[in-house]
Design a protein around this ligand. Structure first.
Ligand code: ADE
Length: 238
């Protein structure tokens, strides 16, 4: 794969980044806008890692700091999501083909559902980085991770009717609360973006309980794939 000098790695919650932070030996730490950034190496790959906190604004702010102050060349987001597609099960891995907002609606002026004016409807993920994620999943023992559109919005979805509405309206596989905001930030800065999520719940009535039970293990699985990605980048990038 093409060489990426410094990889930005983002998660929203502590459980999504802790595995990777433990792999960093004596990182350089800086803070900005209440966010903490860890500069160093994961499996030999230079990275800057941060926890964005939950939601679109936190995600976009943290991504922009990663780009401006962390000087990263690409960003990969790791974490958990609620499944929309009934074919998905808890702990399944998803490599996003694109990220899209589900809570943006300017359709009265002719824009597509989810489309911010003057922005694309969907933010395509970087094909090469995404392919590397698929290969990293295989190395982790997951031969065929799901691939498809992942939705983002500032709501934890926990109702079967809303889940099915989103699934039908956007033909998306999963829903979370940050990916599209980071994708838009990378789009505006012309840097590659990739998005990996593990299913923690099915965005239905049992989603809050399922999230409590399964998000930690799901987040660890996704982070382990990112560590494999870093190892591959370090070995091919020199
Ligand atoms: N992240 C994990 N599960 C989610 C859900 N059901 N809705 C929104 N974000 C999530």
């Amino acid at each position: 794969m093409r060489s990426i000098g410094r990889l930005g790695i983002l998660g929203a919650m502590e459980i999504e980044v802790i595995t990777l932070r433990h792999l960093m030996d004596q990182p350089n730490v800086f803070t900005h806008a209440g966010k903490t950034f860890y500069e160093g190496k994961v499996e030999g790959q230079p990275v800057v890692l941060s926890k964005a906190d939950v939601g679109k604004v936190n995600a976009a702010v943290t991504a922009q700091i990663l780009i401006d102050q962390g000087k990263v060349d690409a960003i990969v987001f790791t974490g958990v999501a609620g499944a929309l597609d009934p074919q998905l099960a808890i702990h399944d891995l998803i490599v996003a083909t694109a990220a899209q907002y589900h809570d943006v609606d300017v359709t009265v002026f002719g824009y597509q559902p989810g489309q911010v004016p003057r922005m694309p409807t969907l933010f395509a993920t970087d094909p090469e980085l995404s392919l590397e994620l698929v290969s990293a999943c295989a190395t982790a023992g997951v031969k065929n991770p799901h691939q498809g559109v992942i939705l983002s919005g500032d709501t934890f979805i926990a109702e079967p009717q809303i889940r099915m509405k989103l699934f039908r309206r956007f033909s998306a596989v999963a829903v979370e609360m940050e990916g599209a905001a980071v994708a838009q930030t990378c789009y505006l800065n012309s840097i590659p973006f990739a998005l990996l999520r593990a299913v923690s719940d099915c965005a239905n009535g049992t989603a809050p309980d399922d999230f409590r039970s399964f998000s930690k293990k799901a987040a660890e699985t996704a982070a382990e794939v990112i560590a494999i990605l870093c190892r591959r980048m370090a070995s091919t990038g020199q």
